[in-house]
Design a protein around this ligand. Sequence first.
Ligand SMILES: Nc1nc2c(ncn2[C@@H]2O[C@H](COP(=O)(O)OP(=O)(O)OP(=O)(O)O)[C@@H](O)[C@H]2O)c(=O)[nH]1
Length: 375
Amino acid sequence: MTDMPRQPPEPIPVTLLTGFLGAGKTTLLNRLLKEPGLADAAVLINEFGEIGLDHLLVQHFDDATVLLASGCLCCTVRGDLVEGLEHLLRRMDNGAIPPFRRILIETTGLADPAPILHVLMMHPYLVMRFRLDGVVTVVDAINGGATLDEHPESVRQVAISDRIVLTKTDLVTTPEEAAQLDDLRRRLRALAPAAPVLDAARGEATPAALLDAGLFDPSTKIPDVARWLADEAVDAAEAEARGHVHDPNRHDDRIRAFTLATEAPVAAAAIDMFLELVRGTHGSKLLRLKGIVKLAEDPDRPLVLHGVQHVLHPPSQLPGWPDDDRRTRLVMIVRDVEPAVIRRLFDAFMGLPMPDQPDGAVLADNPLAPATMRR
Ligand SMILES: Nc1nc2c(ncn2[C@@H]2O[C@H](COP(=O)(O)OP(=O)(O)OP(=O)(O)O)[C@@H](O)[C@H]2O)c(=O)[nH]1
């Protein structure tokens, strides 16, 4: 018998469920797990709330954090999360539990989801076996506005989300509450313009609407860049935000979503230097980055970028462009950074004419510039 080369197993999609204390995460999770399509999902939760989960594959992980040698706080790895994920994989690979086709991770209401996403993007083994499908953030229609005002971590949870679920809209009865809900919806749209807002009480938070938020259309397996990037929605929100006076004391006014785009093919070194500089300078202020790049060296095979804070998922290349839009497009969500600052840098590195600005060559040719930025 000839040995067939072994294909690596398909990475298992992971959905991160986040949202503030009492927002309704467990209630939503319980409902989703009763859906037939999720019978073969595994669940990892890091606290048992008042509502129990009676699902076959529930595993618990603690809040324990392990500081990496670099000492970078945003890279704290949830040790038990890594262990929990490895344990589930081991038991599946050994046949001790039935194969699961998806993982849902419910975080504590106070958690910043970024370190959990970092685990999925950086761990040398887990990054091969799992892929981040999306971040679902649950927001309470009654308390959501006050929570955003008081807790910056809840603003971050919304800003990095791919889907938002509004809960408790059934409790909105008075005209004042309805007006507050309108305001909350506006805030959510500004914070996460690419994330559809789904109303749980109206039955909109279905598995079809919440899951498979990644680049590939689950039915065709073809990448759907427009849906994944949602750059048009971000552009529209950016235009709306331009007319608005930003109040630096409001947590959500400090967050900005914007897009960068160029028709011209981009040299791999230029995009590399640009990202290096943005990550080096703005690090934790860069909440999320998604992008597709037309490489000068290989223009027919677009490069896919995906990052949370300064951590980039290992970039991949698609075999071809899925539609007619072949521009390089990046969507960024930042905190406390003016989009114009990053836009100027992008234009400089992409070689766009910038008569009155220092351009990329000045940095790249400068022997005093950091080594990563020199030619
Ligand atoms: N009326 C109404 N109540 C809801 C809805 N969603 C959740 N709840 C209630 O809100 C309370 C908190 O819900 P949970 O699902 O425990 O919220 P959680 O986000 O998991 O809470 P923590 O784990 O404490 O962060 C429970 O009493 C739920 O029954 C909803 O859409 N409408």
